[in-house]
Ligand binder design. Structure first.
Ligand code: NOJ
Length: 540
């Protein structure tokens, strides 16, 4: 399935597009040039898609036999989520999934990445039965996608686990959760695997570690000072334990799939990591080393074990006994347990060394803890001397830095011998000040974001990177975790009162792009300098 012949052909025929434009001319952040890209610049068989996840869109939190997830409970604690938002209704996808599938189809994508809600199909984990209504729901999604020629690209776990398991195990802290996850994965393979060819076991274990066990911003809300003030947790050690259990849970699921399901089902299985790119804050050698270290402590943390069977040497060097060890049996189990690497890439941060110089930091774009082993003794920030690394978006640390796409792909290619990669998420969240008219009708920034990042991706591919697909995050505005509904990444906006979906201009752009209609036809007409001065786009 992951044959490389069309990919090689692509490398031979692709040629640089002479049309060069700049992202963020005169804006608040560093400008970057990019070439126009077309769908035909990508090889045959390359999957273009859109991504979502269960908790962020489904709603229906207690319907048809579903039990409460840890997120359903976490959002109810005052102060955990902006504006007190919850996923109780989310985008009501559970009731509107047919409409959403029509929308996905209308975009002309090849694939749709979505996740399975663990409490919807196994309300009590492995000690309870399978919820037939939950299975029916996902069967209907899969069947309707396939009927329309769209490949289901399924994430098994995208952050919502049954609350009963969170209570029982403290989330990912107890090794016993590995077998509960294995049962969840097996249930998915058994019920859906006859039609699903692309499996992701776990979405962003590195983000789960950071947000749930380091900063305490996701359930179970664990952390300790100076990284956060939570009633329980240890920010220096629990993230390491959580990732260890997720890696072993993945490895068991991957072995089971390959031994028992692959021969008949012929799919591929991988894991998805969040992947910031890091650049040294200055040319200083120590900061260059810090940028390398940050990559090891973020991306290689999971990928080295999945490919080579052990944690990165960089982590072994700086961690003591708190970094868990794999037994020799576990090393064999986890080594080479992925067929592809899924990268969720949004942005690039500056990295500053905290071994040879002190790291005090202030400002919203900078986080404490750079002077600790858990962060690799690296302080990361989106700004340098008050200047952002790229144009701001709705997320504080997600500036627009298109070159980072090529750089993170290059890093992954070099470290993992050009293992197949899918860009499983890439997207732009509108800055909060964007007014509604502008948001719906122009949507220029989101379009340029995707053009610039795709252009950067195409550069990496021209240099030989074996990338097999690209998924836009996200189909429609949804529950953006601790940011609630304020942060909007969607190609479609969702009216919070009516829950009606409305295409943004970027949805029309993506549709045209996928039909190989040149992006020149949609040339944006924005004066970027004015955008930044008055907070909204002005026509040239
Ligand atoms: C990563 C996560 O997978 C997704 O759930 C989230 O909404 C996006 N990034 C944007 O933050």
């Amino acid at each position: 399935m992951l044959s490389s012949s069309s990919f090689l052909l692509f490398i031979l025929i692709i040629s640089a597009n002479p049309c060069v434009r700049a992202y963020n001319e005169g804006g608040n952040g560093i400008a970057e040039e990019f070439e126009d890209v077309k769908r035909s610049d990508f090889p045959a068989g390359f999957l273009f898609g859109v991504s979502t996840s269960s908790y962020q869109i489904e709603g229906a939190i207690l319907e048809d036999g579903k039990s409460l997830s840890d997120w359903d409970v976490f959002v109810r604690k005052i102060g955990n989520i902006k504006n007190g938002d919850t996923g109780d209704t989310a985008t009501d996808h559970y009731h509107r999934y047919m409409e959403d599938i029509e929308i996905i189809h209308s975009l002309g994508v090849d694939a749709y990445r979505f996740s399975i809600s663990w409490p919807r199909i196994l309300p009590n984990g492995k000690s309870g039965g399978v919820n037939a209504a939950g299975i029916m729901f996902y069967n209907s999604i899969i069947d309707n996608l396939l009927l329309r020629g769209i490949q289901p690209f399924v994430t098994i776990y995208h952050w919502d686990m049954p609350q009963v398991l969170s209570d029982k195990y403290g989330g990912w802290l107890n090794p016993l959760i590995q077998d509960d996850f294995l049962h969840f994965a097996e249930t998915c393979f058994k019920n859906f695997g006859d039609r699903v060819r692309y499996w992701v076991t776990i979405n962003e274990p590195n983000t789960v570690a950071e947000c749930a066990y380091e900063w305490g911003k996701h359930p179970p809300g664990h952390c300790s000072p100076p990284l956060g003030n939570c009633s329980a947790g240890n920010s220096d050690t629990e993230p390491l334990i959580a990732v260890h259990n997720m890696l072993l849970a993945h490895a068991k699921a991957s072995k089971l799939y390959r031994e028992q399901f692959l021969p008949k089902q012929e799919g591929v299985i991988g894991m998805v990591l969040h992947s910031f790119m890091f650049e040294p804050l200055t040319d200083d050698e120590h900061n260059k080393e810090a940028a390398d270290r940050a990559l090891a402590f973020n991306l290689a943390w999971a990928l080295d074990p999945l490919v080579f069977g052990d944690y990165p040497p960089e982590m072994r060097r700086y961690h003591g006994n708190e970094l868990p060890k794999f037994t020799s049996e576990e090393r064999l189990l986890i080594r080479d347990s992925i067929d592809f690497i899924g990268l969720n890439h949004y942005s690039t941060l500056y990295a500053k060394d905290c071994i040879h110089s002190s790291c005090s930091c202030s400002g919203s774009a900078c986080l404490p803890g750079g002077d600790r082993a858990i962060l690799g003794f690296v302080s990361t920030s989106a700004e340098n001397g008050g200047v952002l690394i790229g144009e701001p978006t709705g997320m504080p640390r997600f500036s627009v830095v298109p070159r980072g796409m090529e750089e993170i792909v290059d890093y992954t290619v070099n470290r993992y011998d050009n293992k197949p990669i899918f860009i499983t998420e890439n997207g732009y969240s509108s800055p909060l000040q964007q007014d509604q008219l502008d948001d719906l009708q122009r949507d220029v920034k989101r379009i340029e974001f995707h053009q610039a990042y795709l252009s950067s991706l195409a550069r990496a591919m021209r240099n030989g990177a074996d990338v097999r697909g690209y998924f836009v995050w996200t189909l429609m505005d949804n529950f953006e975790w601790s940011f609630g509904y304020d942060v909007k990444f969607g190609l479609y906006s969702v009216d919070r009162a009516t829950l009606n979906r409305n295409p943004r201009s970027s949805a029309k752009w993506y549709r045209n792009f996928l039909r190989n209609i040149s992006s020149n036809g949609m040339k944006p007409r924005t004066a970027f300098s004015l955008w930044n001065k008055v907070g909204r786009a002005e026509e040239e």
